[in-house]
Design a protein around this ligand. Structure first.
Ligand code: ADP
Ligand code: MG
Ligand code: ZN
Length: 668
């Protein structure tokens, strides 16, 4: 590396190299070329004219042969006053008295000199006009040099840009194949610990075990066990995978290389593979240590599946190199690879086989307890009022992941600050949750009274259906305050943390979702576009039941879910089956819709009550509903069972008791 290069690296570029400089330079050149050309004052003539009459008449003072290409002619003073040269004085010719006054091109210098000597053969040698050779480099000469220069400049620029952000200094051109992993060790510590990660106890334990392997390998090896090479953190986005890895780095007290899968990917062939090689080389030097590859799906996608879409050989090479490296060392060396992904299904099978990522650590959406703990962690750093009930917040946010909860806490703080409060109250959290579910409340969105009536009946329809259907989720609140761009109102339910759904539950869910449109039809005799979102949901649900969950007797116990991405946009079933599925889906939705209408007819008076109350109050909570139309039949049944169990009556089994007390998050 040259000294200049070194110097540049020592002083970090304050101003990044600006590509406009090159444009500027180019522009300047073009301009100067024009200037140069117009500075050419001499008039072009034919070679013949030079010999006769100019030379013959003795009008020539001297000549210059430039670049063996052309001749510049200087006239004598007397000649200049001759009438035939008079036009030289024409100012338009930009004539300068000094000359050169004329120029002409010659084929070959030697030829020309011979001709010149011949023409002056009878002139005395001392009177012969002198000629002198000259070499000049015009701009047009070295303009051709400029293009390669520009190209080189462009390359350097591109290399710099692509190589930027890497570890270590050095010219980035030479570092392009170096790994971009960030190393955390005793000099550069992460200050996130397991305390910052709420819940996820099992995952923490597994991760800690891995650290323990690294620190005390002999304990495990003495029993003949092999130390695992890698572990894969799998879970939906925002559940804390990256956070967990950071905490591991903070706790492990061993060097920790952190890199993202996309960091391997580069425009150039072979770069990814060479980065993998470099990463493992560095890791081996630092062993025992941990390598963490975040979002590994960027390189770990199954090979060959995208072949017909142009393929990405570079990515495959990178993956192959990763597989090779993982095979190339054994756990005894003390390098453990941790990776995270939220799409394990698309990962290459070769990555997942034992011997590579032999452990898979699932990180699930947090349950009620987990959410409570996450709220606990994130409310620690903000100022909350005494009325904030973390338990209640957790109950209201089923399905939320850690990232959502972190966002809600921040949002609540912002809302409180906007109102100029000194602490954050429950109301702010409630608003933040509403906001994250339904978008920003639009208090001043103008809705005509007619529309408001329709929305009220629509939402009341949802609420009534949910109320009387056995398997529907319990209602939290129903509102007709418009939110976001699309939602004119919504009913919020409290889904259980549940993994298995039965046909009955799906049916009830479908009826509840159709409740809005059914209510519109029953009350107004006409339907609106307000149900679009509901219909979309219902359609998805119905197709799911028929084609994915095998819940349709005619279609049978088949599932056409393309979880492996193998079907490549082709339907794995025949045209007839497609027709059958479509037919069955239609019938299913029709059945659900009729059932919904029946239900609403049956509870027409309650529908009216709820809709009017909504028009009046805009928001109804569960308690308001109970006051108006009595408790939910399901709740009454549960209470009866509970009562029976408490009195030790026959038929009240343990299970019933458990169901009554535990299945649903408490609500008041
Ligand atoms: P991902 O699983 O997509 O990598 P992250 O680890 O990046 O998710 O999580 C995003 C953010 O969500 C974290 O920075 C943190 O604030 C919050 N978070 C997620 N899970 C938890 C958790 N279990 N405890 C505390 N905070 C969490
Ligand atoms: Mg992540
Ligand atoms: Zn609706």
């Amino acid at each position: 590396m040259s000294e200049k290069e070194n110097k540049r690296n020592k002083t970090p570029n304050k101003k990044p190299f600006n590509f406009f400089w090159i444009y500027g330079l180019l522009g300047l050149l073009v301009v100067s070329m024009f200037v140069y050309d117009s500075a050419d004052t001499s008039e072009k003539i034919d070679e013949a004219v030079f010999f006769d009459p100019m030379l013959k008449n003795g009008d020539v003072e001297n000549i210059e042969v430039v670049n063996k290409e052309f001749v510049e002619v200087y006239l004598t003073e007397e000649a200049l006053s001759k009438p035939e040269y008079e036009k030289l004085k024409n100012p338009k010719l930009n004539f300068s008295a000094k000359g050169p006054h004329y120029k002409f091109y010659i084929g070959d210098q030697a030829d020309f000199i011979a001709k010149l000597n011949e023409a002056q053969a009878d002139v005395a040698p001392k009177d012969r006009i002198a000629w002198k050779p000259d070499t000049r480099t015009g701009i047009s000469g070295w303009i051709w040099l400029l293009f390669p220069l520009l190209l080189i400049g462009f390359w350097i620029y591109m290399f710099r840009r692509m190589g930027s952000g890497g570890v270590g200094g050095g010219s980035q051109i030479f570092n392009i194949g170096k790994s971009k992993a960030r190393l955390f060790d005793e000099n550069d510590q992460v200050n996130i610990t397991f305390k910052d990660v709420a819940g996820l106890d099992e995952a923490k334990e597994e991760v800690m075990e891995i650290v323990d392997f690294l620190k005390h390998p002999d304990k495990y090896k003495s029993l003949g066990g092999k130390i695992p090479k890698g572990a894969l953190l799998i879970g939906p986005p925002g559940t804390g995978k990256t956070l967990m890895a950071k905490a591991m780095a903070g706790e492990a007290k061993v060097p920790f290389f952190s890199i993202s899968g996309s960091d391997f990917v580069e425009m150039f062939v072979g770069v990814g593979a060479s980065r993998v090689r470099d990463l493992f080389k560095q890791a081996r030097e630092k062993a025992p240590c941990i390598i963490f590859i975040d979002e590994i799906d960027a390189i770990g996608r199954a090979r060959g599946t995208s072949r017909n879409l142009g393929g990405n050989d570079e990515r495959e090479n990178t993956l192959n190199q990763l597989l090779v490296e993982m095979d190339g060392f054994d756990g005894d060396k003390g390098v453990i690879i941790l990776a995270a992904t939220n799409r394990p299904e698309i990962l290459d099978k070769a990555l997942l086989r034992p011997g590579r990522f032999d452990r898979q650590i699932g990180i699930d959406r947090p349950d009620l307890k987990g959410r409570k703990m996450i709220f606990g962690v994130h409310t620690k750093s903000i100022k909350i009022g005494s009325d904030v009930d973390v338990e209640k917040l957790a109950a209201q946010t089923p399905g939320f992941v850690g990232a959502d909860i972190a966002n809600i806490c921040n949002e609540a703080a912002l809302l409180a600050a906007r109102k100029g409060k000194s602490e954050i109250n429950m109301k702010d959290f409630q608003d933040a949750i509403d906001r994250s579910i339904g978008g920003l409340e639009k208090k001043n969105k103008l809705i005509s009274p007619d529309e408001k009536r329709i929305v009220a009946y629509h939402e009341a329809g949802h609420a009534i259906c949910g109320w009387f259907l056995e398997h529907a989720h319990p209602l939290v609140k129903v509102t007709i305050v418009p939110r976001g761009v699309a939602a004119l109102g919504y009913a919020q339910y409290l889904p259980k943390d549940q993994y298995l759904y039965s046909t009955e539950q799906f049916m009830d869910e479908m009826c509840m979702t159709l409740g809005g449109r059914a209510a519109e039809e029953i009350v107004f005799g006409s339907i609106t576009t307000g149900a679009q979102n509901d219909l979309e949901k219902v359609t998805k649900l119905a197709y799911g039941m028929t084609a994915i969950y095998g819940m349709n007797p005619k279609v049978g116990n088949v599932s056409f879910n393309d979880s492996q991405g193998e079907y490549n946009f082709q339907k794995p079933y025949s045209e007839e089956t497609a027709q059958l599925i479509d037919e069955e889906v239609r019938q299913l939705i029709d059945r659900a819709y009729n059932r919904t209408k029946e239900l609403l007819h049956e509870h027409r008076d309650n529908l009216e009550k709820v809709a009017l109350a909504l028009l009046d109050k805009e928001v109804l909570f569960k308690d308001d509903m109970e006051d108006m139309i009595g408790k939910r039949p399901v709740d009454l049944k549960k209470e009866a069972a509970e009562h029976a169990a408490r009195n030790g009556q026959l038929g009240a089994t343990e299970d019933l008791l458990e169901e009554a007390t535990e299945a649903e998050p408490k609500e008041d």
